[in-house]
Write a protein that binds this ligand. Structure first.
Ligand SMILES: *[C@@H]1O[C@H](CO)[C@@H](O)[C@H](O)[C@H]1NC(C)=O
Ligand SMILES: *[C@@H]1O[C@H](CO)[C@@H](O)[C@H](O)[C@H]1NC(C)=O
Ligand SMILES: *[C@@H]1O[C@H](CO)[C@@H](O)[C@H](O)[C@H]1NC(C)=O
Ligand SMILES: *[C@@H]1O[C@H](CO)[C@@H](O)[C@H](O)[C@H]1NC(C)=O
Ligand SMILES: *[C@@H]1O[C@H](CO)[C@@H](O)[C@H](O)[C@H]1NC(C)=O
Ligand SMILES: *[C@@H]1O[C@H](CO)[C@@H](O)[C@H](O)[C@H]1NC(C)=O
Length: 450
């Protein structure tokens, strides 16, 4: 069946495993973030620090400087054979010269020639994001998918204004991959098309996007499988071309679309509920294997007139269309997890950054802004006036900082019981994933209803 929801939203929301939505200011078309927590994350919540880095949405942030400018495209052959080039999102502060990938979840080195994206019980899987953006280019990933009901592997391009180009692998259909695209997160039906491929689990294939200002071509093993022209994407309601056109990060992910908490549309699309006791969970987790990503950057069109430098992309308006993108010499770095694009140099004290590492111990009871999207432990939002996460398990979302909250009575954690219930699997979730167990939130469901 066709998805009747935004797969993009579902994926993003699955990784939005932060404290309960009610504790954090949200941001959308009618609510920009406040000055104290100026950055609107890709999950639609306001914060500082990593909220202002990759994924920060300039449309709904406090102002156009809040989101840190994005490192420009860097052509290369990125061998994913170790974690040397991967930094956790709880550590990365925007220095793309030092690292090409940012992760959430648990990537694992395999055979010294590839990386496993893992998904253990009680987790929402693993996400790898490029630090450099691509603004048109040819992007390839050499990979296998995972398998099983509810288990989705994805290789996508995701922009900060939610333009998106996808390959998605639903674990119940290993003979096809879904190609898709979105413009600014708007769910346009009929964008999806299935591409035939031989066993995505057993066979390593190379999947490629050739993304140009006027067309996108999806390739599998160098064979063109589908082309979408911009001129065929005109939407008469918005009177815009619903075609991906803004700088985007490369994202590789393995995530559980088949969770009981999710909308029926999502679960159906994903082929059913995830079986957390499946034989496919070698070593106690589902996994997909990625060995290589290549990027050939294209120059902006010859008509491009906003080139003021060469280091970073930024937006000159909240429209988020390709004519509002500029290239400058802007810094892409923050001094700490309390800095923002509006003030890159904030660094209250060195230990403060520990609150971004997933530990709640340093989060004081005073209002502390969220610092890493999708990660617990930053305390509650600065302007919410509510208590910090120390009281977290008391209600609704039971705040992401409490790694044991799967035991709480919130609807969130209840919905995740099916994942955490199999404590008898061969391997407990690695410690740094435990925070993820908090999971899916009514927020996730809310996203699916949009
Ligand atoms: C793609 O394949 C899935 C099954 O794997 C099917 O449910 C869906 O309807 C197909 N999409 C299209 C556009 O045909
Ligand atoms: C980038 O630099 C330009 C020129 O200096 C400036 O106008 C713009 O506000 C900066 N944008 C960001 C996001 O840093
Ligand atoms: C056109 O855009 C509107 C508003 O964003 C959206 O609801 C609609 O689904 C789009 N139309 C088509 C045919 O996709
Ligand atoms: C759409 O664009 C493609 C590629 O640029 C071109 O070949 C085609 O003729 C265009 N179609 C229309 C209807 O303009
Ligand atoms: C924006 O997209 C249009 C349509 O494809 C193209 O003509 C124009 O050159 C693009 N501009 C930039 C700066 O990418
Ligand atoms: C950006 O840096 C380049 C190289 O250093 C320089 O030539 C250019 O003038 C700078 N642009 C601005 C707007 O300062």
């Amino acid at each position: 069946m066709k998805p009747t929801f935004s797969v993009a939203g579902a994926l993003a929301a699955t990784f939005a495993i932060t404290a309960s939505a009610s504790d954090i200011p949200t941001c959308d078309a009618s609510n920009a973030c406040p000055s104290a927590t100026p950055c609107c994350s890709q999950y639609g919540q306001c914060g500082v620090g990593a909220y202002c880095l990759g994924g920060c949405d300039p449309r709904y942030s406090y102002d156009l400087q809040s989101c840190v400018a994005a490192p420009v495209c860097k052509s290369g052959d990125y061998k994913l054979s170790s974690l040397d080039d991967v930094q956790a999102n709880t550590e990365y502060l925007g220095d793309s010269s030092g690292t090409n990938w940012v992760s959430s979840g648990t990537p694992v080195v395999y055979n010294d020639d590839s990386i496993l994206l893992t998904m253990a019980p009680s987790t929402v899987g693993t996400l790898l994001m490029s630090t450099h953006y691509v603004w048109y280019g040819k992007i390839s990933a050499t990979m296998t998918s995972s398998q099983g009901a509810g288990v989705v592997t994805a290789f996508i391009m995701m922009s900060d204004v939610h333009d998106e180009i996808d390959f998605e692998f639903v674990g119940t259909d290993l003979e096809s991959v879904q190609s898709n695209y979105y413009f600014q997160g708007i769910t346009d039906y009929d964008n999806e098309e299935n591409l035939t491929v031989s066993n995505t689990l057993q066979n390593t294939h190379t999947y490629t996007f050739d993304w140009q200002p006027d067309s996108i071509t999806w390739y599998i093993d160098d064979v063109a499988m589908r082309t979408k022209n911009r001129n065929d994407t005109y939407n008469t309601t918005t009177q815009q071309y619903h075609f991906p056109q803004s700088p985007a990060r490369i994202e590789l992910s393995l995530w559980p679309a088949g969770l009981a908490a999710n909308g029926e549309g999502t679960i159906d699309w994903a082929g059913g509920l995830v079986d957390w006791n499946s034989a496919d969970m070698t070593n106690g987790y589902y996994y997909a294997i990625v060995s290589d990503v290549t990027v050939e950057c294209y120059d902006p069109p010859s008509t491009f007139s906003q080139k003021y430098g060469s280091d970073a992309y930024y937006y000159t308006s909240t429209y988020g269309t390709n004519d509002t993108v500029a290239i400058g010499n802007n810094s892409t770095e923050l001094a700490s997890f309390y800095a923002t694009g509006d003030d890159h140099s904030v660094n209250p004290d060195a230990s403060a950054s520990a609150s971004a590492s997933g530990s709640k111990s340093t989060a004081s009871a005073s209002a502390t802004p969220q610092t890493v999207p999708g990660v617990s432990g930053g305390g509650n939002a600065g302007n919410s006036g509510t208590d910090s996460s120390s009281s977290g398990s008391s209600n609704s979302g039971s705040s992401g900082s409490d790694t044991s909250s799967a035991a709480s009575s919130s609807s969130t954690s209840t919905s995740f019981q099916q994942g955490s219930g199999f404590s008898g699997t061969s391997q407990a979730p690695p410690k740094d994933m435990a925070g993820s167990a908090v999971a899916l939130l009514g927020f996730f469901v809310a996203c699916l209803l949009m």
